[in-house]
Write a protein that binds this ligand. Structure first.
Ligand code: ADP
Length: 538
């Protein structure tokens, strides 16, 4: 027997309608390239979004067509985030930190039909435009300079769109809406194709998950995470759904600019990767009392979070940091280290310990771990590769014949992350499977060593890789970036780690370098360190 409920599909136009009708006076704020502030309301945003959709239709975009963006975080990017899927086409933000070759590969692989480019990113676009084939290039000009010949001007395009001709997509919620390529730390970038349904469910699960820290209408949300990285973690859709004020930093993602914007716009919620947060912490520490912050939560993810960072923000600035784990394949939020009622009774130090774990799965997500013997027990001790499934998890990659190797026979995604699961379902990521270090047959967690090293007062950053060893097969080797003006010796670091780990975990080899190489989204690029070790040795 079928239920007798309305068959209303979960689509992005439902989010747009809600934002426009319920939160019409709430603001969307952007820091423009010339550092002036642009502000308008959800009402203005809704009107322009519909005009953009109508204009894209006039330019030949039809259902299922891909529209790419090469943009920073700003209000026009948000307009594209909604206009493209709301007309039934597929929004495709490009990672501006990819190389020109990778970008050309991705645009061709996705068969993007139109590309929207920030004027300030035209030099990057010019590097690969000959290698792609799009029917129109739309330039968002923020300087007021004329748009170069052959390109369309974004404002002219929007002005020419007739919003009364906008036809919101009302079809099957499983229809493709949004596409992202993973940052490709290994192999070619892989395309993930989200559906309307997965985006709406993800927005709902974000609200539910962060109970206690969840985004509400009264929040002012600033995504530090770029809109080209896993859809800015879903924050733009979630904020529009809840009616939160949105603040976009434009091209300014340095600590000083972010802190100024946090203060000026009274930002209450932000999210980003640990490297960005670390630079913010250093800035705050260097200028005590300079910034008056209203932040009530910083969501952190993308790589493991060192304990000192959580503690420093909480103790020195009274800001709780919420550790999250996710993957582009998961829309992207997977787990959050929320404080359960049981944990509320724990000591502060125990709560910091908990916050370094990746936490509990978001609603709709199921988890399990697997090692060579089969599924691992939920004992908080036995590591295994984390497998997940849920309605916001990719079922395959876009046009990729190798897809099947990433999924189990019964349809779970193999995350490539090695984790333990506690009896109550809290996960702790120990390593990425490709970064795992096996010394004398025993497994060593590079993540745990890195977190500990970064607690040393003279260490700015540290990354640990496995290097070949005749006796033990592999040994951990640490690359360390000292803080400015400080020197540290390997003996000092060994001493610092002693007692914190089993003896065989402690690296004998250390190299001191100026910076840890990073991926396009600010994660440690360990493959580059492994290559460096092969070239230069310890
Ligand atoms: P890429 O695979 O190119 O880095 P993603 O941004 O999708 O692209 O990264 C997902 C991966 O990032 C996860 O599989 C995991 O290895 C890592 N990751 C994300 N969040 C965390 C976290 N909180 N702790 C440890 N690792 C994390």
């Amino acid at each position: 027997m079928r239920g007798l409920m309305m068959d209303v599909q979960l689509t992005i136009p439902t989010i747009l309608r809600r934002a426009e009708s319920l939160f019409s006076k709430k603001e969307i704020v952007t820091c423009l390239p010339n550092r002036s502030i642009h502000r308008y309301t959800y009402r203005d945003f809704g009107r322009r979004t519909k005009k953009l959709a109508a204009a894209l239709h006039q330019l030949g975009i039809r259902r299922g067509d891909r529209v790419a963006t090469l943009c920073w975080n700003h209000y026009q990017h948000l307009e594209a985030y909604f206009a493209v899927p709301c007309m039934g086409a597929v929004m495709h933000p490009l990672n501006i930190r990819f190389s020109a070759d990778e970008l050309a590969y991705i645009v061709n692989h996705a068969e993007d039909k139109i590309i929207i480019v920030d004027e300030v990113l035209l030099p990057l676009f010019e590097k690969f435009k000959q290698a792609i084939n799009v029917s129109a290039v739309i330039v968002i000009s923020q300087s007021g300079e004329p748009t170069p010949g052959g390109y369309l001007n974004y404002e002219d395009v929007v002005a020419g769109g007739d919003e009364t001709r906008f036809e919101p997509f009302e079809g099957d919620e499983h229809t493709a809406a949004f596409m992202c390529y993973t940052s490709g730390t290994t192999g070619k970038p892989k395309g993930i194709l989200y559906s309307h349904r997965s985006i709406v469910l993800h927005a709902i699960s974000m609200m539910l998950t962060c109970v206690g820290v969840g985004i509400t209408e009264s929040d002012v949300v600033l995504p530090m995470v770029p809109m080209f990285h896993a859809g800015a973690w879903g924050l733009p859709y979630n904020s529009a759904f809840t009616g939160a004020t949105q603040v976009f930093p434009g091209p300014y993602l340095d600590a000083e600019s972010l802190l100024q914007l946090f203060e000026a716009e009274r930002v209450t919620f932000t999210g980003g990767v640990p490297t960005v947060l670390m630079s913010i912490l250093h800035k705050l520490d260097a200028h005590p009392g300079r910034y008056k912050l209203s932040l009530r939560c910083i969501a952190l993810g993308g790589s493991a979070m060192p304990r000192f960072l959580i503690k420093a923000f909480h103790e020195r600035y009274g800001i709780p940091v919420l550790h999250t784990w996710g993957m582009t394949e998961l829309s992207p939020l997977g787990t959050t280290a929320v404080v359960t009622s049981e944990l509320e009774q724990a000591t502060q130090e125990e709560q910091y310990d908990h916050a370094t774990k990746q936490g509990y799965p978001v609603p709709f997500l199921e988890i399990r771990g697997r090692n060579d013997q089969g599924l691992v027990p939920w004992d908080g001790e036995t590591p295994g590769e984390l497998e997940v499934r849920g309605p916001c998890v990719a079922a395959s990659y876009y046009r990729d014949t190798e897809s099947h190797s990433k999924f189990t026979a019964d349809g779970w995604l193999k995350t490539g992350d090695i984790a333990t699961i506690s009896p109550d379902g809290c996960i702790e990521i120990k390593d990425r499977s490709k970064d795992v270090i096996k010394s004398g047959g025993e497994w060593v967690s590079s993540v745990a060593l890195e977190s500990a090293l970064m607690c040393h007062p003279s260490v700015l950053e540290a990354a640990v890789i496995g290097v070949p060893d005749e006796k033990w097969m592999e040994r951990p080797f640490a690359y360390v970036v000292p803080k400015e003006g400080q020197t540290i010796s390997p003996a000092e670091l060994k001493e610092f780690l002693t007692g914190k780990f089993a003896k065989f975990w402690i690296p004998e080899g250390y190299a001191f370098i100026d910076a840890i190489p990073k991926t396009s989204v600010g994660k440690f690029l360990k493959s580059a360190l492994r290559e460096r070790y092969e070239r230069e040795g310890g």
